[in-house]
Write a protein that binds this ligand. Sequence first.
Ligand SMILES: [Fe+2]
Ligand SMILES: [Fe+2]
Length: 398
Amino acid sequence: MELGKALFNIAALADLGEEITSEKNFQEKLHSLLHVVLGTFLASRGAVTCQDRSGDTMAFVARRGFDDLSPAAIDLGRIRSAGKNEPFLNADDAALAAAGVEVVTPLWVRDEFIGTILLGRKFTAEPYSREDFELLRVISHQVAITLNNHALFLNLSEQLNDNRKLYEEMRRIYHDTLQAFAAAIDAKDMYTRHHSQRVARYASAIARELGWSDHDIEGIYVAGFLHDVGKLVISNELLNKKTPFTEEEKAEIRRHSLVSYKIISQIKFPWKDVEKIIKHHHERLDGTGYPDALSRDDLSEGAKILTLADSFDAMTSERAYRRKMDLRSALIEMNSCLNLQFDDKIMLAFCRVLDKEIKGELPEPDILPHLGRESDLTVISAMLEGLIEELSGQKDGG
Ligand SMILES: [Fe+2]
Ligand SMILES: [Fe+2]
């Protein structure tokens, strides 16, 4: 997929380089990364250290707690000999243990040892699980790349003749960042693992079917990844509650789309209206959605696509308060919400792309692989054909 052409020119690259090389931005970025990590694992203390290029010692680049820990006291040999970006429980290092470091993750980019992420015990005093370690591994790649990226951009002037390569690297970093962010969002709610990723893929598949340009498709893909970022401010307890929500709790959860909007509007994206699409992912055509109670004509096509993709994933995933629906029931449910919640044009595109995937007409299916085993795909396909006919008006129009 093509990333924004605006980023392709040197001026934009230089601007971005300036932003990324700025010491304040870098510190801020690492601090927010560290806070995402701490929040994700409910750890009380944590730090990111960076390899001092002049020698064999480390320096702290972001930390919360571990005030008594001197980087010089850390045994780097042990950390270097552990797996690249593989978290491990600290057992041997007395200095780390005395400071309260429970988990150490060595950060590597290719063959270069860059630094570490150190984490203290959890607030809940529970041990770190295998799943925690898996997620930490994904995040550690991101932190490693950010640290490395900082160094890369410091050398920007030397690399201007190699912009293309640098740009490719940046694009990869960007996508890794999105992945790590989405993982952090989805990890908040035990029932919504990979939700953001699926919504991103469903939404971009629909946009492609509607004939959107590659650039715009990438924009809605990013919107899908980040639409629920506002959930980071809602308590885990509330998100994972198994009993019905009170009115107050509903209002608290509904806050997330506006919070997502506020966070995302701080970021300058090369795509148009990402923040508005995100803001309106819980709006409805009949004007009963939130936060702005907009109706059909006020909603952009992007917002309508994201709403449908988000709801479809909610229906076909297990949730704390209900079982997942099979594909057939989800389609019936969506059809019954046409013109109230979903736009028929978007529904038509969704049915078309899903039918093409079932018939094997698309080389890289975006929807079907996420749906688990659906036994009666021929029945579904027949049902989709009926819906497509109905929605495209062929039935009545002859
Ligand atoms: Fe949402
Ligand atoms: Fe969502």
